[in-house]
Design a protein around this ligand. Structure first.
Ligand code: TRP
Length: 336
């Protein structure tokens, strides 16, 4: 039986951090064994907020190198660059014309980002989820592994697919395959080091709030040392009054590869002065092979490019099939 397909992507804006690794990429590394994995760099999404053109290409390569350094195997997974395939933009346009405006105005992430942007909100920021729907539906994935914050975008994707199928397809002959979301459990959500109730994020203005995957050991040690804590003695999971404690214990659990029970028992009597150096050392140890591989890959542009070329080609074959099917359903003539 053919493997089921998964698809996911990350925007190449800023450095990837522990949240991207532990929350997303590490799960993909497991999933690639069982699924046909399509993983891409969402560089078209990266320009929905003001961006630096001198960094876009480099940041896109960095995300690709990070995927591979973290254990994504280019022999198993298809790694590609969104902007290299014009089908994404083209399908997004077609979707634009069947998507009601008020579906987009309801999107929580748009509202939050729009508030941050003030006056300078682009149509692209509003349209972001339609492009995401195109990213997904082009490849007919069975499952789309994403974080809780993307749930609404996946529902919109399913709604767009259903609407297009209803308007331009038939029940026996749907134009688009409707995918299922695969939402990560809350436990794998990595929170900010300065506020345990906020997600660790590339867009947080404070560097201290996150551990970048490229942070040198001494920077990691310093960031963990300064991480927000509380005056309580003893450490335990799942206390709503102690979000920072829960987050740092979770990080230790994930980075050390131990079970929750083992970590709970080990840290029950610890104070922060003992726990923080242990966490820092564990993080440095877990990330150092990833950093070494990342640097190696960034130094071998020809190899990275060959991976992306193969990925682009595999992705293009699938994407163009879906795009053609949609255009035919909408009544377009074939290009001559
Ligand atoms: N919006 C996603 C995020 O910020 C990134 C993304 C773009 C994506 N297109 C996608 C994720 C398609 C999954 C599938 O995390």
């Amino acid at each position: 039986m053919a493997k089921q397909r998964i698809l996911s992507g990350i925007q190449p804006t800023g450095n990837l951090h522990l949240g991207n690794y532990l929350g997303a990429i590490r799960n993909w590394v497991d999933l690639q064994e069982e699924y046909d994995a399509f993983l891409f760099m969402a560089d078209l999404h990266a320009i929905t907020v003001p961006h630096d053109p001198t960094r876009l290409a480099e940041d896109t390569y960095k995300v690709a190198a990070t995927y591979i350094a973290c254990g994504i195997d280019p022999e198993k997974a298809t790694i590609f660059v969104q902007s290299h395939l014009s089908a994404h933009s083209e399908l997004a346009w077609l979707f634009n014309c069947i998507t009601p405006l008020n579906w987009l105005e309801r999107m929580i992430q748009f509202k939050e980002k729009a508030i941050k942007q003030g006056e300078n909100v682009s149509i692209g920021l509003l349209d972001y989820p339609v492009l995401q729907a195109a990213d997904i539906l082009l490849y007919e994935p069975d499952l789309v592994p994403v974080g809780e914050d993307q749930k609404q975008h996946l529902e919109l994707t399913r709604d767009i697919a259903a609407r297009l199928n209803f308007q331009f397809g038939s029940e026996e002959n749907p134009v688009l395959k409707v995918p299922e979301p695969m939402i990560r459990k809350e436990g794998a959500r990595v929170m900010s080091l300065t506020d345990g109730s906020k997600k660790m994020s590339k867009s947080d203005p404070s560097d201290q709030s996150r551990i970048d995957l490229t942070d040198p050991p001494e920077v990691m040690v310093k960031k963990f040392k300064r991480a927000k804590t509380d005056p309580e003695r003893g450490l335990w999971f799942d206390d709503p009054a102690r979000p920072e404690c829960h987050n740092l214990l979770t990080l230790y659990m994930l980075l050390s590869g131990q079970t929750k029970e083992a970590v709970a028992a080990e840290c029950r009597e610890m104070g922060w002065g003992q726990f923080k150096p242990l966490l820092a050392e564990t993080a440095v140890e877990a990330l150092s092979p990833i950093q070494a591989r990342f640097n190696e890959l960034m130094g071998d542009r020809a190899y990275l490019e060959s991976i992306l070329k193969t990925g682009d080609e595999k992705a293009r074959a699938l994407a163009n099939q879906t795009l053609d099917r949609v255009k035919t359903a909408l009544g377009y003539s074939k290009p001559l």
